[in-house]
Design a protein around this ligand. Structure first.
Ligand SMILES: NC(=O)c1ccc[n+]([C@@H]2O[C@H](COP(=O)([O-])OP(=O)(O)OC[C@H]3O[C@@H](n4cnc5c(N)ncnc54)[C@H](O)[C@@H]3O)[C@@H](O)[C@H]2O)c1
Ligand SMILES: [Zn+2]
Length: 360
């Protein structure tokens, strides 16, 4: 079973291929697409060890010249020095504008490689091979790329679309459970913001999703990609609609920052989604019953919806104010109005924020 989702952005359109054992077929597919003659595979050292050989063999078998270039794994690598070092490596090895990069890894690798491709020699093609669930359902689609600077996450970057996205669902088998959960938080997000039927599918198929049953996972990943593509097609550069993808991320980011970035992003988003749903109830946008349905689903997938008691509430509120989405001193919240629909508002009182941080 396999699926193709198209991201329709005019001449920047690209396919997302979703399949079992897809890495083995990437070489042949790239050869047919005729994107480049030579490829630079960029990967973190851990993913390179797991899947580097398999991808390189697939490229070699298709007669494609490729080199594997790695960097140390983790968010700590997502900064400008890594970009500079990788650009030097590419230049030293003679990569030019006719060559193409392949991002093999999670969101960190995708963001680094996309940004590097966007600026190396003023832009060279790149493709994504996302290996975490979060990268498969979110970061590899839509063309947001970039790195962190000491002043904040993702503050330097470009919108730059890949030529193709290859999603091999088999790689999820080696993903640590917490990383899988983090991706599932983003999956649940899509259901809440735009697709009630999908939300119900996630409710009904929990066992099969958690055990990574092939056809169910392909369906889930494909639906998320379709929904993200639909949003991005209407608002490529986050001028309007794309902001709905930030559901759960306003308080989520603040909680993530208050944890010193120790809490996995998706697990912070899980807390952010519950608190946003409760804020929606307090603001009269959502029924208590719907809010509790959202909260129950998150917990059924094994995620906590409470802000850990040891996290400093004042710090969380300071991070909220400093959020980069603060426009003119206002903090915007994406709040559900039903399951499958949201509104964006800055009309949220401090008392309500205090209250949802305590889950009351
Ligand atoms: N560009 C976007 O639109 C966008 C959207 C959401 C998140 N992001 C970014 O994505 C990043 C987070 O992505 P992530 O959670 O994938 O992090 P990540 O890339 O650091 O991957 C998480 C960990 O899992 C390991 N790993 C990856 N694939 C594996 C596999 N198949 N088996 C075993 N281990 C594996 C990695 O080595 C890493 O240690 C953040 O930097 C965030 O800002 C970007
Ligand atoms: Zn997210």
């Amino acid at each position: 079973m396999s699926t193709v989702v198209n991201v329709g952005l005019g001449e920047r359109s690209y396919p997302i291929l979703i399949k079992k054992n897809l890495i083995a077929g990437i070489g042949l597919d790239l050869q047919q697409r005729n994107i480049a003659k030579r490829y630079g595979v960029i990967s973190d050292d851990y993913v390179a060890e797991l899947y580097g050989d398999k991808l390189m063999a697939s490229l070699r078998q298709a007669g494609i010249e490729a080199e594997l270039i790695t960097f140390p794994r983790g968010e700590a690598s997502k900064h400008l020095e890594t970009i500079a070092a990788l650009a030097s490596t590419l230049a030293n090895r003679g990569f030019d504008r006719k060559d193409c990069l392949i991002a093999l890894g999670g969101g960190v690798t995708g963001d680094i490689t996309g940004f590097l491709a966007g600026i190396y020699m003023r832009g060279i093609p790149f493709v994504q091979v996302p290996t975490t669930l979060l990268a498969q359902v979110d970061s590899s689609v839509g063309g947001k790329t970039g790195v962190d600077i000491p002043q904040g996450k993702n503050l330097v970057g470009v919108f730059y679309q890949p030529k193709a996205v290859y999603i091999d669902i088999d790689v999820l088998q080696t993903l640590p459970h917490a990383e899988l959960q983090g991706g599932l938080a983003e999956v649940i997000k899509y259901g809440v913001i735009v697709d009630k039927e999908f939300f119900e599918y996630i409710e009904k198929n929990r066992q099969d999703i958690l055990s990574l049953k092939d056809d169910v996972i392909i369906k889930v990943v494909a639906r998320c990609c379709e929904l993200k593509a639909w949003v991005v097609e209407q608002d490529e550069c986050e001028g309007g609609l794309r902001r709905i993808l930030n559901f759960g991320h306003t308080i989520g980011h603040a909680v993530e920052a208050a944890s010193g970035f120790k809490l996995i992003h998706g697990l912070a988003v899980a807390i952010g989604m519950r608190t946003a749903a409760d804020l929606a109830v307090k603001g009269g946008h959502l029924t208590a019953e719907e809010s509790s349905r959202i909260s129950t689903l998150i917990q059924d997938y094994g995620m906590s919806v409470q802000v850990p008691p040891e996290y400093n509430r004042q710090k969380i509120k300071e991070y909220l104010q400093a959020d980069k989405k603060t426009v003119g001193g206002r903090v915007f919240f994406v709040l559900p109005t039903a399951i499958g629909a949201v509104t964006i508002t800055d009309q949220v009182g401090e008392k309500d924020i205090d209250s949802v941080l305590e889950n009351s």
